[in-house]
Design a protein around this ligand. Structure first.
Ligand code: HGY
Ligand code: MN
Ligand code: MN
Length: 412
C-alpha cells in the first residue's frame, strides 16, 4: 500500500480549526484551557466520533482518542501533539500533529486496515506554557515529572488556576494508566526553524530535542520619585536588568551556534512612569543541546545577576520555573520513520529539534521519535507561520508509514 493520506481532507480540517481563535493577522489564539481551546477540542471530537473512535481524558485534561486494534491488550501506538497555541501563534504549531494523526486514522479507516495493536491519538494539555508557565505541562504530569497538585495550582496573569479551568471545562478525568505499554510513539510537527527550508528538504527525521530551562528573574530596588531623586541616590532595578541582559547575551554567544537565550515578559511594579520600580520581573529561556553546556550557562548567568545587582545596589531572586533536559529519541523509532521516508522517496535529513515538544516527556517512558516538515522561513510562534498543503501531506504520509511499520512489530 502506498502510504498516502487524503491531503484535501487534512487541509480542510487545518483551515477549519484555524477559524477557531483566529487573530486579525491570520494566526491563532487558543491559549491553554481557554474557551477557544475548548472550542477547538469540540470541533476535533466531532471528527473523532464520526471516525468511530472513543475518547477519554486524564486528571490533567490530556485527551486520549482510541482507535481499537484486533487485540487491545497489545502495546498501543501513540501519536499526537497539542491544540493549544501561543497568544499570537500560528495555525500549524501542534495542531498539525493532532490533525495529521487523525488523518492517519481516517486513511486506515478508508482502506479498511485494522491494526493488531490499538492506536492512541493524544491531545496534550498546555504544551505551550505561555498562559500557565510550564511548557509541556500535560505530558509532564502524565510522565510523572510534574505533580498534579502543583500543575493544578499554576495560575495565569489574572490569577486563574489550571485546576479552576479544568473543573470549569469539565476536562479532568481519572489518572492515566501509568502501566499502559506503547510499542512506539510518534509526534508530527512543523520544524519551527530554518534548517529544512534552507537545505530544500521535505522531511526532518528527528533524533532528539535540545534542553531548555525557564527562569523568572526578580530584581528588588527602592521606589523613589523620578524627579527630585539624584541618579546616584537610586537603587534602580531597571539599571540592573539592562546590564544583565547585555552580559547574558554576550556570555551565551560564546557557546554559539547552538546556544539560545530569550528574555521576555518584563513587568515592573508599581506600574508608574514616574516612580523608580520597586520590583522588576522578567522571564529568561536558555537552551542548548548539551546538558553540561546548559549547566555552565546556568552557573555563569547566576554569577552575572549576582555581580550586577551588587554593583547597582538591588536585591535579586532567580526562580527556576522549568527544566527540560536534552532528549535522545529511540533508534528503533527513528529508523521506522527513516524507512517510511525512504519508501516515500522524500528528501530528508536527521536533526535535533530546537523547540521543546510533548515527545520529550513521552520519550522518558516509551520508544519515541518525531517527524518534521519545513515551515516558511522557519517562522513559528508568529501569526505568519505557514506551510503548504503538499508539505502537510508529506509529513502525515510519513506518519502513516511509521504507524503501519510499528503496528506490524507490535503484532510480532
Ligand atoms: O518552548 C517550546 O519550545 C515549546 O514551543 N513549548
Ligand atoms: Mn508545538
Ligand atoms: Mn509552540
Amino acid at each position: 500500500m502506498e502510504d498516502r493520506i487524503d491531503g484535501d481532507r487534512l487541509w480542510r480540517r487545518l483551515m477549519a480549526m484555524a477559524e477557531i481563535g483566529a487573530t486579525s493577522r491570520g494566526g491563532s489564539d487558543r491559549q491553554a484551557l481557554s474557551d477557544e481551546d475548548a472550542a477547538g477540542r469540540a470541533l476535533f471530537l466531532g471528527w473523532v466520533e464520526a471516525a468511530g473512535c472513543t475518547w477519554e481524558t486524564d486528571e490533567i485534561g490530556n485527551l486520549f482518542v482510541r482507535r481499537p486494534g484486533r487485540d487491545n491488550s497489545l502495546p498501543s501506538i501513540l501519536i499526537g501533539s497539542h491544540l493549544d497555541t501561543q497568544p499570537t501563534g500560528g495555525r500549524f504549531d501542534g495542531v498539525y500533529g493532532v490533525l495529521g494523526g487523525l488523518e492517519v486514522i481516517e486513511t486506515l479507516n478508508d482502506r479498511g486496515i485494522r491494526t493488531d495493536a490499538p492506536i492512541d491519538l493524544v491531545v496534550w494539555t498546555n504544551e505551550e506554557g505561555s498562559r500557565f508557565r510550564y511548557s509541556m505541562m500535560g505530558s509532564a504530569v502524565w510522565a510523572g515529572k510534574l505533580d498534579i497538585d502543583t500543575a493544578r495550582d499554576l495560575v495565569d496573569g489574572d490569577g486563574i488556576s489550571v485546576g479552576e479551568e479544568l473543573d470549569r471545562l469539565g476536562w479532568a478525568g481519572k489518572p492515566a494508566d501509568s502501566n499502559r505499554s506503547y510499542a512506539g510513539a510518534f509526534e508530527l510537527h512543523i520544524e519551527q526553524g530554518p534548517i529544512l527550508e534552507a537545505e530544500n528538504l521535505e522531511i526532518g527525521v528527528v533524533t532528539g530535542v535540545q534542553g531548555f530551562r525557564w527562569y523568572t528573574i526578580c530584581l528588588k530596588g527602592n521606589p523613589v520619585h523620578a524627579g527630585p531623586t539624584p541618579m546616584n541616590a537610586r537603587n534602580d532595578p531597571a539599571r540592573g536588568i539592562g546590564e544583565i541582559v547585555t552580559q547574558v547575551y554576550a556570555m551565551v554567544a560564546e557557546y554559539a551556534p547552538s546556544s539560545r537565550a530569550t528574555f521576555a515578559q518584563f513587568v515592573s511594579m508599581p506600574i508608574s512612569p514616574n516612580t523608580v520600580p520597586e520590583e522588576l520581573r522578567c522571564s529568561l529561556d536558555l537552551r542548548h543541546p548539551e546538558r553540561s553546556t546548559l549547566d555552565e550557562m546556568d552557573e555563569r548567568f547566576r554569577q552575572i545577576v549576582s555581580s550586577v545587582c551588587g554593583a547597582v545596589g538591588v536585591e535579586s531572586e532567580i526562580i527556576l520555573d522549568n527544566n527540560s533536559p536534552p532528549v535522545v529519541f529511540s533508534r528503533k523509532c527513528v529508523e521506522v520513520v527513516q524507512e517510511a521516508v525512504t519508501q516515500l522517496g522524500l528528501s530528508n535529513r536527521q536533526m535535533v529539534s530546537g523547540a521543546g515538544h510533548d515527545a520529550c516527556y513521552v520519550a522518558l517512558k516509551h520508544p519515541t521519535s518525531m517527524i518534521f516538515v519545513p515551515c516558511d522561513q522557519g517562522i513559528s510562534h508568529n501569526e505568519a507561520e505557514n506551510i503548504s498543503q503538499e508539505q502537510a501531506e508529506h509529513g502525515a504520509s510519513v506518519l502513516l508509514g511509521a504507524v503501519r511499520r510499528i503496528a506490524k512489530t507490535a503484532t510480532a
